[in-house]
Write a protein that binds this ligand. Structure first.
Ligand code: GLA
Length: 436
């Protein structure tokens, strides 16, 4: 891709109308706040980690310790990667004699409390998977239905910091909102603050209520290690590729419901799985960051290539994800040639933009993605902007009298941070006054 600053283009037809639509302030939702996850959580999860989601997914205390050590040694802890999460892999096949969940004794011989102590001593946090129904999704292990109070107590006694709760094997008479709300109450009742991560798949419009019940909520089926998959929409099919998730999230308008302690979860970050190109993995990390989504990575941290490190340790992109204004970016336009522009405001008055080409194949060559500053109300009132490419670290200065353009190849994107002469760069997007 090659940015070309200072070239005027015809006015983007309808762009202003789209911006006004995006900028419209939706109803304020009160987020669930027990003190954790003021900013989007970051961490590592066993699920899909360098495998085809569940194929080799057997966790153990050795693996968890190894990954926790590697988060520290790699410098990732300092960047914010704090949660070490065991997915559908840690539990024994049966509850203990008192009806409590217990870890698989062969793989966790020292038990969960000892593991939590180890992880905490490193300055990290420990999380575990559970299921809202009677059995877990992939491995058919004991689910929490009928045991919400007991399981919440067990997790609190183990001093867990995060509970991910999946959506399989539910009794039919309850809504998802009822089930997850009940479990949330039980977790809260323990008095031990835990991040409650709903894995509800977006079945029951979770974006409307998930943030009142937990601090993160999955909005569609699993993110599988593919760029594109035949898709069936939220809560249907087996999973989506990165391309599908970007298109789906655009329809949700995430700025209308993402806020502190209430993060939209598009799934784990599948960096450089062999089915992804470097560009596609950068696109994935860029969008997750623009949306303030949890950066929970599916990558063995002790064994990362330089290319993976370059993506997962990019401070400038992580800064967008962790920006204290805590809004999500929205799509400003989606043109038929595949060019898309996405934007979000940042706390210091800058804006983060993604200039994206959503073409799946290289049939028509690169597309030109344009930023008509004034028409889109980006840099409103500013006469000049400084544009920094967050992946190459190049910067340009441009006049807002002109239109900024980038030539972007298929399935690729440019992510930039814009500083304006008269901040804030985006005056009409995002909510500055939260009620949490
Ligand atoms: C479901 C969830 C995944 C993962 C698996 C484990 O598919 O959506 O995130 O937790 O279950 O079985």
């Amino acid at each position: 891709m090659r940015p070309i600053a200072g070239v005027s283009l015809p006015t983007a037809v309808g762009a202003l109308a789209i911006l006004l639509l995006v900028a419209a302030v939706g109803p304020l939702v009160h987020a669930y706040d027990n003190g954790v996850a003021r900013l989007p959580p970051m961490g590592w999860n066993t699920w899909c980690t360098d495998d085809i989601c569940g194929l080799f997914d057997k966790c153990s205390e050795d693996l968890v310790r190894q990954q926790a050590d590697a988060l520290v040694a790699s410098g990732m802890r300092e960047l914010g990667y704090r949660y070490v999460i065991m997915d559908d892999c840690w539990s024994a096949k049966t509850r203990d004699d008192e009806g409590r969940l217990q870890p698989d004794a062969n793989r966790f011989p020292h038990g969960m409390r000892a593991l939590a102590d180890y992880v905490h001593a490193l300055g990290l946090k420990l999380g575990a998977y559970s299921c809202i129904g009677t059995h877990t999704c992939r491995n058919g292990l004991p689910g929490s239905f009928g045991h919400y109070a007991t399981d919440a107590e067990t997790f609190a006694n183990w001093t867990l910091d995060l509970v991910k709760t999946d959506n399989c094997a539910k009794p039919g008479q309850f809504t998802d909102q009822e089930l997850f709300t009940n479990f949330s109450h039980q977790l809260n009742k323990t008095g031990h603050p835990m991040l409650f991560a709903l894995c509800e798949w977006g079945v029951d419009n979770v974006e409307e209520w998930g943030g009142k019940v937990g601090q993160q909520f999955r909005v569609q089926m699993d993110h599988l290690p593919a760029w594109w998959l035949p898709t069936h929409g939220a809560g249907k099919g087996y999973g989506q590729g990165t391309w599908n998730i970007i298109e789906y999230v655009a329809t949700l308008k995430p700025s209308s419901f993402v806020r502190p302690h209430a993060w939209m979860d598009p799934g784990v970050v599948m960096t450089l799985f062999p089915t992804f190109t470097v560009q596609q993995s950068r696109v994935e990390f860029s969008f997750w960051s623009l949306w303030s989504a949890p950066l929970v990575i599916a990558t063995h941290v002790n064994n990362m290539s330089e290319a993976k490190r370059h993506i997962l340790l990019n401070q400038a992109v992580i800064d967008v994800n962790q920006d204290p204004l805590s809004v999500a970016g929205d799509r400003l336009y989606n043109h038929s040639d595949g060019s898309q522009l996405w934007a979000r405001p940042l706390a210091n008055g800058d804006a983060a933009l993604i200039l994206y080409n959503n073409q799946l194949l290289d049939l028509f060559g690169n597309v030109t993605v344009t930023v008509p500053w004034q028409q889109l109300n980006i840099a409103a009132g500013s006469s000049w902007v400084m544009i920094r490419d967050l992946w190459s670290d190049m910067t340009w200065n441009a006049s807002t009298a002109d239109t900024f353009q980038a030539s972007v190849s298929f399935s690729d994107a440019l992510m930039v941070r814009v500083t304006c002469s008269a901040p804030p760069c985006i005056k009409s997007m995002g909510r500055l006054n939260y009620q949490v």
